[in-house]
Design a binder for this molecule. Structure first.
Ligand code: F6R
Length: 599
């Protein structure tokens, strides 16, 4: 949510800011803006809606500035319009500020500044006005840092700030607590950004700014301090990513590319686990000597967690509790020093997952994070991190990251079983072989004729049992998220307990059936549905069932326990095809952001 970027160097800054914001578009936004420093004067341009609107506004302007800040805003306080878009400017026009996060005590701070005429409804403007009260045209860099530190210490909430001061044109100030912020280290140029793709075309060297740090960049210098203004070491990391990895390439959308990259995500994740002996490094006592296991996540990551819960319970015979992070953090969970808690998050920034992790840590649990983003906030707090290696996921709807999450979870459970002397039905080499087998397999052609009629439905229903139920939930989430068709997933056995009332002769129901032991039971549900006149699309490897349904999507047959890796692809492809058919952009669903950094 919100993309933030800052540049100081020798190049023309406007193009750099716009293209960097373009690479952060995936985070979700509804307005955009920049502030540049031209001859010691701050020039601000903002637009509602897509970045292209801002670009149009800037077209024809001949700016020569070589430093500036830019922002894409996802509205929290105040509607998406130009006034509320960032950057915000202090009343004296001397300071410009961009912000990613939420200032919780902004109301109280605002009330204390009766002399200020606030121009926006945002929480952010309070911060720039507080700075503006103390930073004058005479302030030097040290004084500015001191003021930023003092103001930050008055704030409650989360923030990453980029700040420009009119009379110091080549410097960008920053501060961070709770929201992501990196510094891109270039040659005679430096950047700040909320994520790596923003800076990738210019540099692979980054510094992860930590919480409660602030500092300043100029073209040739980076200085980072704690809030007491003690200088910190700059730990520069080389990022092993090419700019191509964050481009669409020959695909029409990122989502299409990322669905196709599912096998790559599986192989990369397994290779990394094996090469780095990642699972062997988890202290043995932590996976043998515990009293309870919790899995906590949101959305798609939670659906991956459901599969893990099922496998640990089914294969290892240990009970697992699973919660939405937004529920876990408020339910006073039963956690102690012998609890093992697993937090799954692609972005590693999700506010509820983060808060749940902090809570579990505080109560002494051993916390394992499964995340896709190197150095993310969750990775900094957890006791141990298992990275999924799906590569950057740009489309808002999670696809390859889900596949990588279940890969990491299957591998973790294999290790978990091994150290507890439990024999299970698969190993990671089989998963790697399966990934190869799935590389060129797609169901796009099988779906093609069905898509127009599916897009006409007011509601679509997904059903399944066991592992298939968890997949049904993920299929329904993906489809509703990007096609805006109402979808619901039901556990096959639950139909009769209420949901069957929704099924009419006009209904279209997608049934998942990948587990041999459940064929008869799921067929019962299919008969119940079809006897109401509804049509059934069956996703299965059991092709002999085709006469019992209206349409069939055929899956390659592999061991039942590994079928989630297979069955997820047609569900992702279905969602993608429906969005395309309806003329929607699958990469940027309305109202949604890639990383949900607020509650
Ligand atoms: C759905 C989707 C979301 C995320 C959820 C958690 O396609 O992407 O449901 O899975 O917001 O995000 P992370 O995994 O970043 O914590």
């Amino acid at each position: 949510m919100c993309g933030l970027v800052g540049y100081t160097g020798k190049r023309s800054v406007v193009d750099i800011l716009i293209s960097a914001l373009g690479r952060l578009e995936y985070r979700g936004y509804d307005s955009a803006g920049i502030a540049i420093n031209q001859n010691n004067e701050l020039i601000v341009d903002k637009s509602k809606g897509l970045l292209i609107n801002l670009q149009k506004k800037l077209a024809g302007q001949k700016y020569e500035a070589t430093s500036g800040i830019g922002h894409t805003r996802w509205a929290t306080h105040g509607e998406p319009n130009e006034q509320n878009a960032h950057p915000h400017i202090s009343q004296n026009g001397h300071i410009a500020l961009i912000h990613n996060g939420i200032i919780e005590n902004f109301g109280k701070l605002k009330a204390s500044m009766s002399d200020i005429l606030f121009k926006s409804e945002t929480d952010t403007e309070v911060v720039v006005q507080l700075l503006g009260k103390q930073i004058t045209t005479k302030s030097d860099g040290n004084h500015i840092l001191r003021v930023i530190s003092e103001v930050c210490q008055q704030l409650r909430g989360a923030y990453a700030f980029g700040i420009m001061v009119a009379h110091i044109p080549d410097k960008i100030f920053f501060a961070k607590k709770g929201s992501p912020l990196i510094i891109g280290c270039g040659k005679e140029e430096n950047f700040i950004a909320s994520d790596i793709p923003a800076v990738l075309p210019y540099t692979n060297k980054v510094i992860y700014v930590k919480d409660n740090e602030l500092g300043v960049i100029s073209p040739n210098k980076i200085s980072i301090y704690d809030f007491k203004l003690q200088l910190k070491n700059n730990i520069i990391k080389d990022i092993n990513l090419s700019p191509q990895q964050v481009l669409r390439g020959n695909y029409s959308t990122f989502m299409e590319k990322e669905i196709a990259q599912g096998s790559y995500a599986m192989i990369n994740t397994i290779t990394n686990l094996i090469k780095g002996k990642i699972l062997q490094k988890i202290p043995l006592a932590k996976i043998t000597d515990f009293s309870n296991i919790h899995i906590v996540a949101c959305g798609t990551a939670l659906h991956a967690g459901m599969i893990a819960k099922f496998l640990i319970e089914r294969e290892c015979r240990m009970s697992v509790s699973l919660d939405f992070a937004s529920e876990f953090r408020y339910k006073k969970p039963i956690i102690n020093k012998k609890s093992l808690c697993l937090f799954i998050s692609q972005s590693g920034e999700t506010a509820d997952t983060l808060a749940s992790l902090e809570l579990a840590k505080k109560q002494g649990a051993y916390c394992l994070a499964i995340t896709n983003v190197l150095g993310c906030r969750i990775s900094q707090i957890a006791d141990y991190v298992i990275y999924t290696c799906a590569g950057p996921e740009i489309a808002v709807a999670s696809t390859k990251a889900y596949v990588a999450q279940i890969t990491a979870l299957y591998c973790f459970i294999e290790r978990f079983a091994k150290v507890n002397d439990i024999k299970i039905k698969y190993d990671k080499q089989e998963i790697a072989r399966l990934a190869k087998k799935l590389e060129d397999w797609s169901t796009v052609l099988e779906w093609k004729n069905l898509i127009p009629q599916m897009c006409q439905q007011e509601s679509l229903y997904f059903i399944g049992r066991g592992l298939d139920y968890y997949l049904a939930m993920e299929g329904a989430l993906k489809l509703k998220e990007i096609s805006y068709i109402h979808c619901e997933a039901f556990a096959g056995g639950e139909l009769k307990h209420g949901s069957l009332a929704l099924i009419t002769a006009d209904s279209l129901v997608i049934v998942l059936l990948t587990q041999k032991e459940l064929i008869d039971k799921t067929l019962n549900a299919i008969h119940e549905i079809r006897s109401r006149g509804a049509r059934v699309i069956l996703i299965t490897q059991f092709t002999y069932l085709k006469n019992q349904v209206d349409f069939i999507i055929t899956l390659p047959a592999v061991k039942d326990i590994l079928m989630p890796f297979v069955a997820i692809k047609p569900l992702q492809e279905l969602a993608f095809l429906c969005a395309k058919h309806k003329g929607l952009d699958p990469d940027k669903p309305r109202n949604l952001a890639k990383s949900v950094t607020v509650e």
